[in-house]
Design a protein around this ligand. Structure first.
Ligand SMILES: *Cc1c(COP(=O)(O)O)cnc(C)c1O
Length: 478
C-alpha cells in the first residue's frame, strides 16, 4: 500500500469507525454469538490473493461486528469500565502510523522522552511526590510480575546473579488477600515464590480490606518458622468489591520487616485524579511500587498501564541487559526503557495519553469520574431502600455489589436465583453485568463508568434489574 492509497482507505476506515461508534447504543451489549460462530465465518486456509478494501470493510461489518461485545455501550456495567476515548484512539493511530521502533533511546528518542513526560504528568495529576518515576507497561499483570521480581531480588541481594531462588536457603513469602486480583497470585507463581509460600491474609468481614494485625501476626509466625517475609501486595480498589487495603499500616509493617510493598491500584488509581479520593491510598508514599491502569476508568484505549517505582536504580539493576548491538554514544545520558521492564521492543503508547490529556483535558476527565461516583452512590441508596435487595459492600467508588434476596431463599437456591436474573439481563442484550463470588456466594457487581453512561442509564438498569429479578422470582412472595 502506498501512502496515497493509505490516505484513501484511511479516511474510509475512520468513517467506518465513526459509524460504529454512533451505532453502539442500538446494538446488544453482549455479543450474541456462540463459541466458534465467528471463526466459522473465515476460510480454513489463508487467502492466496489480496482483497480490495471494500470487501475487507464489508467483512469487518458482517463477520467481525457480530463478535464484538459493546464495552463502550452506556448499559455496560460488567467487569470494569474499559473506556477507549476517541482522543486516545487518535493517539494510538498516530503511534501505529509512525511505525516507530522502541528498543533504545536512539531508535526513537521521542518515544522515550514523551513516555517520561507522560509518566511525570500523571504522577503530578495523581498527587504523588517527586520520588516516583514511572514507565508504561501493557497491563497491570506485567507490572505486578515486575514488582515481585524486584522484591525477590532485593530480599536476596540479587540472587539471580548467582543460583537464583534455587540457591536461597530460606523460603521467601508473599502476602495478599482473598480479594486480590488473580494476576497477583499468578505473578507470585511465575516469579518462583511457590504456591506454598503465598499467604492469604484475612480480611475485614464488612470492608473486605486486609487486616493489618493479621498481617503482622502472619509475618511474625513466618519469621519464627524460618521463612523470610518478602513482599506484600496491597490493593486499593479490589476487583470484586472495591475493597481498600489500609496502605499506611501495611507500609509500616513492611518497613519494620524489610519487606517490599507493591500497590495494585489498577482500577482505583484513576480515582486519585480527584484530590477528595486520595485519602483512600493514604500511606502510598511508603510503598515501593505501584501500578495503575489508565486503560480502565480513565479512558485511555487499551493497553496502557502505568508502573511507578521509588528506586529506579534497583529496577534497572534487576532488568538491564546491555548487548553490544544496542549500545550507543548516549548510553548513560538517556533513559533506556528496555531496562525498566520485561520486553525489549515497545510501542509508542505515550501518544495515547498525550492525545487524551491534550484533547479531552483533565478537568473533563475529573468531571466524568465525579459523575460516575455520584451515580454509584445513587444506585447504592436505591438498592438499600428497596425491600429484599441488599448492598453487600461499601460503595466507595464506582462499583456497587448487589443481591436480590427474596424471602425464603438461601444457599444454593439463592445462588441459582442470582445467576438466573443476571444471565437473563445479559442474554437480553439490554445491559451487561458480571456476577462474582464473596464468601462462596454469588452476587452481582454493577461497575459504573463507561464514558457515555448517564444517570438515566443507571436508572434504566435499576428498573431492569427489579423487573427481571421479579420475573425470575422463585416463589410468589419473591
Ligand atoms: C484489572 C485489574 C488487574 C489486572 O489488570 P490487567 O491490566 O488486565 O492485567 C489487576 N488488579 C486489579 C485490582 C484490577 O482491577
Amino acid at each position: 500500500m502506498t501512502p496515497e492509497e493509505f490516505r484513501v482507505a484511511g479516511y474510509r476506515l475512520i468513517d467506518w469507525i465513526t459509524d460504529y461508534r454512533n451505532s453502539i447504543e442500538s446494538r446488544p451489549v453482549r455479543a450474541q454469538v456462540a463459541p466458534g460462530d465467528i471463526r466459522s465465518r473465515f476460510p480454513e486456509t489463508p487467502p492466496d490473493s489480496p482483497a480490495d478494501f471494500d470487501s475487507l470493510l464489508q467483512s469487518m461489518t458482517e463477520d467481525i461486528l457480530p463478535g464484538i461485545t459493546q464495552v463502550q455501550h452506556p448499559m455496560h456495567f460488567g467487569w470494569f469500565p474499559s473506556n477507549a476515548s476517541l482522543e486516545s484512539v487518535l493517539g494510538d493511530m498516530a503511534s501505529s502510523g509512525l511505525g516507530t521502533l522502541g528498543i533504545s533511546w536512539e531508535s526513537c528518542p521521542a518515544l522515550t522522552e514523551v513516555e517520561e513526560v507522560m509518566c511525570d504528568w500523571m504522577r503530578q495529576l495523581a498527587g504523588l511526590s517527586r520520588q516516583w518515576e514511572g514507565t508504561i507497561h501493557d497491563t497491570a499483570s506485567t507490572a505486578c510480575l515486575t514488582a515481585l521480581l524486584l522484591a525477590r531480588e532485593r530480599s536476596t541481594d540479587h540472587c539471580q546473579t548467582r543460583d537464583g531462588l534455587q540457591g536461597h536457603e530460606k523460603p521467601l513469602t508473599v502476602y495478599l488477600t482473598g480479594e486480590s486480583h488473580s494476576s497477583i497470585r499468578k505473578s507470585a507463581l511465575l516469579a518462583g515464590f511457590g504456591a506454598r509460600n503465598i499467604r492469604t491474609v484475612p480480611v475485614d468481614p464488612v470492608t473486605r480490606a486486609m487486616i493489618p494485625e493479621a498481617l503482622s501476626d502472619q509475618v511474625r509466625d513466618d519469621r519464627s518458622r524460618g521463612c523470610q517475609p518478602c513482599v506484600i501486595v496491597a490493593t486499593v480498589g479490589t476487583t470484586g468489591v472495591t475493597a481498600i487495603d489500609p496502605v499506611d499500616s501495611i507500609a509500616g509493617i513492611a518497613k519494620e520487616n524489610g519487606m517490599w510493598v507493591h500497590l495494585d491500584a489498577a482500577l482505583a488509581g484513576t480515582a486519585m485524579l480527584l484530590p477528595e479520593c486520595r485519602y483512600l491510598w493514604s500511606g502510598v508514599e511508603g510503598t515501593d511500587s505501584l501500578s495503575w491502569n489508565v486503560h480502565k476508568w480513565m479512558g485511555t484505549v487499551l493497553d496502557c498501564s502505568l508502573f511507578y517505582v521509588r528506586n529506579p536504580e534497583h529496577l534497572i539493576r534487576v532488568m538491564s541487559t546491555n548487548p553490544s548491538y544496542l549500545r550507543s554514544a548516549v548510553d548513560g545520558a538517556a533513559t533506556q526503557y528496555r531496562d525498566w521492564g520485561i520486553p525489549l521492543g515497545r510501542r509508542f503508547r505515550a501518544l495515547k495519553l498525550l492525545f487524551q490529556l491534550r484533547l479531552e483535558g483533565i478537568e473533563s476527565i475529573r468531571a466524568r469520574l465525579r459523575r460516575d461516583i455520584a451515580n454509584a452512590k445513587w444506585l447504592g441508596e436505591q438498592v438499600e431502600k428497596e425491600k429484599h435487595w441488599k448492598v453487600l459492600a461499601p460503595y466507595v467508588l464506582q462499583t456497587v455489589c448487589i443481591r436480590h434476596e427474596p424471602p425464603g431463599l438461601a444457599g444454593e437456591a439463592l445462588d441459582a436465583h442470582t445467576l438466573s436474573w443476571a444471565a437473563a439481563i445479559n442474554h437480553s442484550g439490554r445491559a451487561f453485568l458480571s456476577p462474582a463470588k464473596m464468601e462462596g456466594r454469588w452476587f452481582v457487581r454493577v461497575s459504573i463508568g463507561v464514558q457515555s453512561t448517564t444517570r438515566a442509564h443507571v436508572e434504566q438498569l435499576w428498573h431492569l434489574m427489579q423487573e427481571t429479578a421479579k420475573e425470575r422470582g422463585p416463589s410468589p412472595s419473591g
